[in-house]
Design a protein. Structure first.
Length: 118
């Protein structure tokens, strides 16, 4: 099992990566998360173990689920798929049905499993 310090660093890398992918500065993430800039900076540096409350705020600021935020520790599904699921969670049933129809139209109606390794 990885040490707490190693987990803190890995979690910080994950937060930084998600923040940068969204084009957010540390200041913007702090504002969206109702956290101080120093707290965001320290999390990203792995300088401390954030509380569950802080982790929830970061997830909200990044617009991801807690599951997606921690996904890098599990390595089961592709990150983009997790983020797509998070996005679809915010949409109406009608929108989700439309997306499903588009996916089926683009990729066919095959029921073959999706390769989740990449």
């Amino acid at each position: 099992m990885a040490s707490t310090r190693t987990l803190d660093r890995e979690f910080g890398k994950r937060v930084r990566k998600l923040r940068q992918e969204r084009g957010l500065t540390q200041e913007a993430l702090a504002e969206k998360s109702a956290l101080s800039v120093d707290a965001v900076r320290r999390v990203e540096q792995g300088a401390f173990s954030p509380t569950l409350k802080t982790i929830r705020k970061l997830a909200l600021g990044l617009s991801v689920s807690l599951q997606t935020l921690f996904r890098s520790f599990e390595r089961r599904r592709h990150q983009l798929l997790d983020e797509l699921c998070d996005f679809l969670d915010t949409r109406s049933r009608q929108d989700i049905r439309l997306v499903w129809r588009v996916i089926r139209a683009v990729f066919g109606r095959s029921s073959e499993p999706i390769d989740q390794s990449g």
